[in-house]
Ligand binder design. Structure first.
Ligand code: ADP
Ligand code: MG
Ligand code: ZN
Length: 614
């Protein structure tokens, strides 16, 4: 049965900031504080942990939006420990589950998991334990497939429920429920059954990434009632963001960047393909860095080995696909570099989030070229892109589902627009995506755009936009964006001559524009869907090329009077008369110079005590 997300006014209550949940007068306060110290070894609670624990222990359905590394696990593990009965945890990935169980057992908290690839006898044993009167487990982890497919498990849960021993149901990585999100998992959709079958058991849904639509979708699909939402700012003040134009010298730039800013420090370089990982690692090794690569086609032992070397600081840098990262808890990652375009802003935010968990200043640098967009788009349409580990739903599903493909393309275009934007604060752009308002003055020049831009001017580029659209039509809708730009700016190169494009009307019409300005307008037309990139294999060797087509329906508005206004960076200049005038900075996107300030001041110290709000 097809699942159609409905966006309705969902019934939820804002919990963040509500004094009631901060109280230390709940019947369980003493016990939970003591166990937090004794069993989990924490000195205090982090932001929202106390609040979430109080709300879920009061019996409410709770939705928690907390950044990666914020400490979501504690908000259900601590209640599980001090409540009678058993807590059911749905988690998307067996390796994540195993990691959690290991930690729980180390802390002497009895926990188990059920997964489809376990021996049947072993599963039987666990199921039998669930039906015993003195079930020893405090937590039972399962993958979503189990809930969807195992009748035996559901029967045991029913048994626990009638005996009032099903204390809580936890949905970890809850954004997987939603097709709007970046890690949709079909099996998460069937989790709505839990609330139907066990209406009196409180549900706790946790995620680090949810836009407003994802959040509403999750609350709706899980059937949460009078749900209390806790969220906190996703801003990471100690991460410094920048986007750098990616050139042929990209690897030299990366080497130089690390050498100058983070020599001998720990970092991750995210690459698009497995081959890229190996290529980048090899080059950096030649440059004298201690580096290894990590991707999905290595065998598990190899991967574990690399991960171990990294956590023991025997190597500093890992070149990895997005398969690397989930459950990684290294606090002193000083930089995250994106060698190519991430698939979505959510994914980007999460990948960057692996830097600077210790609160110290860290860099997030993204090397961007428009041609990477074409590449990623092509890989997505082929289902050839490596997924983050819990997106295990396979290629077939992805190719067949037009909806998912469309969402992915949309997410990718947002990322393009983020990179093309060289005016607005990076934090503001990222946080807007999570529905969070951000005052860019708070950035304090810790992103490239805030740093370099003194002011900007708004320009009406409607005429340029119209000309570009016309030019795409005049040349028969069969050329790439870079070719269109060359013709527009009056190039007379071989290819232009071969196709006699020097005789086409509008050849050279954009002579007065810098390459950066012209491409900014053209790319804006793609991001806003006036023009469409059609990706195709160009020759028998299978190399990818892309041609621009015109979206007639959209373009009608453009010629019907719609204006297009873009912001361009501008520099202040003293005129001959001594007045200040604003002039556009030339070719701001094309200047490849890295403009990060030298790093000497550590970021605001954030020890656990500072973070505790209680
Ligand atoms: P999330 O699931 O939100 O990404 P985790 O629950 O995995 O985060 O926690 C991240 C790290 O923070 C873990 O190493 C955990 O032990 C630590 N942690 C969680 N809560 C606290 C706390 N109150 N004080 C100190 N460390 C904590
Ligand atoms: Mg987690
Ligand atoms: Zn900024």
């Amino acid at each position: 049965e097809a699942y159609i997300p409905k966006i309705i006014n969902v019934n939820y209550i804002e919990g963040s900031g509500d004094e009631r949940w901060r109280s230390r007068n709940f019947p369980w306060t003493k016990k939970s504080e003591a166990n937090n110290k004794k069993v989990f070894g924490n000195h205090s609670f982090r932001p929202n942990q106390r609040e979430v624990i109080n709300a879920t222990m009061s019996g409410y359905d709770v939705f928690v939006l907390m950044p990666t590394g914020g400490g979501k696990s504690l908000t259900y593990q601590l209640p599980a420990l001090i409540c009678p009965g058993i807590t059911l945890v749905i988690s998307p990935l067996v390796s994540l589950i195993q990691d959690q169980i290991m930690h729980l057992l180390q802390a002497n908290i009895p926990a188990a998991y059920l997964s489809a690839n376990m021996e049947w006898t072993e599963q039987q044993e666990i199921l039998r334990e669930l039906s015993s009167d003195y079930c020893k487990y405090k937590l039972l982890y399962v993958t979503p497939e189990k809930v969807a497919k195992s009748e035996a498990l559901l029967r045991q849960l029913e048994g626990l429920y009638v005996r009032e021993l099903l204390a809580r149901i936890v949905i970890d990585e809850a954004h997987c429920v939603s097709q709007w999100g970046h890690d949709f998992r079909p099996d998460y959709q069937s989790l709505g059954i839990l609330k139907q079958k066990f209406p009196n058991t409180p549900v706790l849904a946790l995620t680090a990434t949810a836009t407003t639509s994802v959040k509403e979708d999750v609350v709706q699909a899980l059937g949460l009632v009078n749900c209390i939402i806790f969220r906190q700012s996703f801003n990471r003040p100690n991460l410094w963001y920048s986007v750098i134009p990616k050139t042929k010298k990209c690897l030299e730039d990366i080497d130089k960047f690390i050498r100058e800013n983070h020599f001998d420090e720990c970092g991750i370089i995210y690459c698009l393909s497995r081959k890229d990982c190996e290529k980048v690692a090899e080059k950096l090794q030649e440059c004298g860095h201690k580096v290894a690569f990590y991707h999905g086609s290595m065998d598990p032992a190899q991967r574990a080995f690399v991960q171990k070397q990294w956590s023991k600081d025997e190597i500093n840098i890992i070149c990895a696909t997005v398969a690397f990262g989930m459950g990684i808890n290294k606090p002193d990652v000083r930089f995250v570099i994106h060698h190519s375009l991430p698939k979505s802003i959510e994914g980007y935010h999460q990948e960057c989030g692996r830097a600077g968990r210790d609160g110290q200043r860290s860099s997030c640098v993204l090397y961007y070229s428009y041609s990477d967009y074409i590449r990623v788009k092509h890989m997505i349409s082929q289902g050839a892109i490596e997924q983050s580990p819990f997106t295990g739903y396979g290629r077939a599903n992805m190719i067949n589902s037009g909806r998912i493909l469309e969402t992915n393309t949309e997410n990718l275009l947002r990322m393009v627009s983020y990179c093309e934007n060289d005016v607005d604060c990076r934090r503001l752009l990222q946080l807007a995506h999570f529905g969070e308002k951000f005052d860019s003055a708070t950035c304090k020049k810790t992103c490239d755009n805030c740093l370099k831009i003194k002011s900007f001017i708004e320009k009406d580029v409607t005429e340029t936009a119209k000309q570009l659209v016309e030019l795409v039509k005049l040349t028969g809708q069969q050329f790439s964006s870079s070719h269109i730009l060359e013709v527009y700016r009056g190039s007379l190169n071989q290819f232009v001559k071969k196709h006699r494009h020097e005789t086409v009307r509008l050849h050279g019409a954009g002579k007065h524009l810098t390459k950066g300005e012209a491409s900014r307008v053209l790319h804006h037309l793609v991001v806003e869907d006036f023009l469409v990139e059609d990706v195709k294999k160009s020759d028998i060797y299978g190399s990818v090329s892309s041609i621009l087509k015109v979206n007639e329906a959209k373009v009608r508005n453009l010629f019907g009077g719609q204006r297009i206004i873009l912001r361009f960076p501008s520099a202040l200049k003293v005129s001959k008369q001594g007045n200040l005038e604003v002039t556009p900075a030339k070719g701001s996107l094309t200047s490849g110079k890295l403009n990060l300030p030298k790093i000497d001041t550590p970021a605001q110290p954030q020890n656990e005590k500072d973070l505790d709000l209680s």
